[in-house]
Design a protein around this ligand. Sequence first.
Ligand code: ING
Length: 311
Amino acid sequence: MTSKRTLGLAVAQMGPVHLSDTRAAVVRRLVEMMREAKSRGAEMVVFPELALTTFFPRYWMDEKEADERFYEKTMPNADVQPLFNTARELQMGFYLGYAELTPEGRRFNTAIIVDRGGAIVGKYRKIHLPGHSDHKPDAPFQHLEKKFFEVGDLGFRVFNAMDVRFGMCLCNDRRWPETYRVMALQSAEVVVLGYNTPSQNIHWNEPAHLRTTTHLVSLQANAYQNGMWVAAAGKCGSEDGHHMIGSSVIVAPTGEIVARSLTEEDEVICVNADLSIGEYFRQHVFNFAKHRRPEHYKLIVERTGAGEPLV
Ligand code: ING
């Protein structure tokens, strides 16, 4: 019989962060939502991708200017210290996405997991970087993640915090099944992630509702197929006129959405996640050891792009 284990799991969705917003003002919003999450029984709260600034890869600028305005040179630092202090005061863990500039001058789209004592126990650097690195002056906005960030060099790892095995990823990663499977093969029970997803597609006239549909189906399918809880925090609404989708959700290992944001502003959603639900799926329908046949999956790691059918 699977013993019941629960985790107070919250997602803190953010409304817009504008170019004129200071980090101090943003951190005050995060601290307020952390307190709200605590009052709702949360032990872990998930903040969005690039939570401390506007989604700056939508603007063309040179790296030096970006370094100055949008990257964190150390973590924690004076701007975010109030968040770490509050976590320790409330005995809460959190996930936070931010732009990382390393001492060697390398740039990553990064997220950390911090435990109840305020210690960084996990770090992830975004691997699936969407968009482009060239300037598209005729586009309504840029999506320059391939210019402003390197591909992450830490892999998809699973970290233990508060006796729970957490996987973590960022935004576009959530659309790729390999992301979750690599973490499920490390026995992750909960995957936490943040996202900033523009509503408009600059490549084709994509119906607006599809942005939300594809976002949700990616999370629900992978939660079910890997027997995991998935908690996804959006930064959304219109940042200086550039709209991004909301629909922050917490998805159960059944693939069902158990909590969903209603607004495109700062909003906390929270569930008392029964971690034992995942066990049922991992012991039976998705018992990897019993049912997977890697000898037939070789193309997944041997090929990057699609090629000819196997003869
Ligand atoms: N944003 C978007 C995301 O993956 C995107 C980019 C949107 C790619 C829709 C493909 C389709 O949600 C980030 N920051 O990855």
